[in-house]
Design a protein. Structure first.
Length: 156
């Protein structure tokens, strides 16, 4: 067997080239057809979504209103049944006579912590003020001019 490359005539080369071009052209046309079908499908879905937007929105709003109405009705029924009970009416009548409610634990703890922090801050500020006054240059002169209780004349 010879491994010599087969030389094709120009007509054969052109025929093969046309055959290959026709094959590529048919594949390209099939691909374009598939893409066109997809585009039409997407357009149909978009139109359906636009057409169904209002009914779906209205249904959602209706469900929300129905749920809110149901909650309000159930709440009114529960309150009316509670108000019919004798114990509830007696408790409402005695409510003004009760002692004031104690603050919640967290509000009481927050008040306590904030007062403690405020006390610490004011103490530190007072200490800093005393240090500043004691270290100022005029502090020595003021301490020397003060009279001690021994140097005061005795009152008779």
């Amino acid at each position: 067997m010879s491994l010599k490359p087969k030389v094709l005539s120009l007509e054969e080369q052109r025929a093969r080239l046309e055959q290959r071009a026709n094959l590529i052209r048919s594949r390209l046309l099939r691909t374009i057809d598939v893409l066109d079908k997809r585009r039409h499908h997407v357009q149909e879905l978009r139109l359906q979504a636009k057409r169904l937007a209002m009914p779906v929105g209205a249904a959602f709003v209706g469900m929300v209103l129905l749920s809110a109405g149901t909650v309000l009705v159930v709440r009114a029924i529960v309150n009316s049944r509670r108000e019919r009970r004798l114990g509830y009416r007696i408790a409402r009548a005695l409510e003004p006579l009760r002692l004031q409610k104690r603050p919640s634990f967290w509000s009481d703890a927050l008040r306590s912590v904030s007062l403690t922090a405020l006390g610490i801050v004011t103490t530190e500020l007072a200490k800093r003020g005393v240090r500043v006054l004691a270290s100022s240059p005029g502090a020595q002169a003021r301490s020397n001019t003060r009279t001690s209780p021994r140097s005061l004349p005795a009152s008779t």
